[in-house]
Design a protein around this ligand. Sequence first.
Ligand SMILES: Cc1cc2nc3c(=O)[nH]c(=O)nc-3n(C[C@H](O)[C@H](O)[C@H](O)COP(=O)(O)OP(=O)(O)OC[C@H]3O[C@@H](n4cnc5c(N)ncnc54)[C@H](O)[C@@H]3O)c2cc1C
Length: 457
Amino acid sequence: MPDFKHLATIVGAENYFDDEAHLNAYCYDATRERYKPSCVVFPRSESDISQILKYCNEHKIPITPRGAGSGFTGGALPKEAGVILALEKHLNKILEIDKKNMIARVQPAVVNKHLQNAVESEGLFYPPDPASQDYSTIGGNVSENAGGMRAAKYGITRDFVMALRAVLPNGEIIRAGKKTIKDVAGYNTMGILIASEGTLAVITEITLKLLSKPKLKQSALGIFDSINSAMEAVYQTMSSGVTPVAMEFLDNLSIKAVEEKYKKGLPVEAGAILITEVDGNLPSEIDYQLEQIERIFRENSCKEFKVAKNAKEAEDIWFARRNVSQCINIYGSKKLNEDITVPRASLPDLLAKISEIAKKYNVVVPCFGHTGDGNVHTNVMIDGENAAQLEIGHKAITEIFKATIELGGTLSGEHGIGLSKAPFMNLAFSKAEMELFRSIKRAFDPNNILNPGKMGL
Ligand SMILES: Cc1cc2nc3c(=O)[nH]c(=O)nc-3n(C[C@H](O)[C@H](O)[C@H](O)COP(=O)(O)OP(=O)(O)OC[C@H]3O[C@@H](n4cnc5c(N)ncnc54)[C@H](O)[C@@H]3O)c2cc1C
């Protein structure tokens, strides 16, 4: 039996817990699955993390890093019990905002929104804005390569990471990447650590690229009779020379769900709505972008195009998108939700295929998401108490994954693999590719102590 209490000698008794309350508080994430750890430790520093990992490695104790626990695929769940390495208590500081180099250096448990607010007060801008931005941490964002509404124009977390510090399972501390814009020396260790879901190393410091904050932004909404024409409008807009910050969609089922719950006067007969935002520094830039988008939307049978004239109208335009996720439960007590992603021009084919699969299995599948980057949140709605429905739901999801892969897409655009999607990895990767992943895992973590049982490894 491992001596978990030894960890208290590293972090101090006040940062070590094995009581029921703590084990229960750290046994779940946004998947609502539960796996109880053996203990929870709150490291105070990188040096604590190094000593904890060294001890766990020597005694082959599983250890799972945890940011805010907002992950949708079970990444922070201690599948094989062991230690929860909870970073949120002490490692939550912004270490530096370097205005001259437009860079921020942060500890891993800085909350995304706190960083955004801090850099914006200096006239700078950190674009990745997952919907969980009020609580998810930068360490969690890097470990899942989180995306957000602004990804259509600015990209995802990966596009802003310049350097990392991390602790390997044997306790060694490494640096990956540099503050420099260019760096081609050595293998791209940083690239391997991004989206590694806490399976290779514990990230202890992150250096992020910042941009200048655009002075102006404006939102608009397009209403379409058919989802197909909305999807055509998306990729035509994105390749038109105008790059909207966001290009989000709700299908008919999603629109109806929000309307049923909130009675906002949404167009319940529409096949789809597209919600978009543009930004820039000059009013003429904003006007030009909106004119182009309106033209392309109307060429694709958009029957109404509304531009928000003030902050209140912008809020109203975004309301449906921000609230849709919790509204679709009108269709079933459990949603099997996936964040599949395809090359943008394949969106019409993907959505047609999902509709076919929904009919075949007689399930309701509302879809919404980040069409600007080809990322669809697809939700197979079932009665969670009904085992037969659960089985049907899983069959439908498997077919949706297969269709996505056939269209050149991926199992996950932003939520990662974790536990939830591990069974599907063999649909997306060949034996040789999976073996390469396993050999990378062995190179970092030969004793398989770090977040074992994840990513199908
Ligand atoms: C309502 C809601 C909306 C969401 N919207 C979005 C969205 O728009 N876009 C999006 O991408 N995601 C979204 N998510 C999913 C989730 O918020 C992201 O995956 C986020 O990046 C997780 O951050 P976290 O701090 O909660 O990490 P956790 O859930 O605690 O951990 C996630 C993974 O990262 C690992 N990890 C955490 N910190 C470290 C570290 N320092 N070193 C090594 N490994 C580490 C963990 O072991 C785990 O595998 C949403 C979740 C919710 C609940």
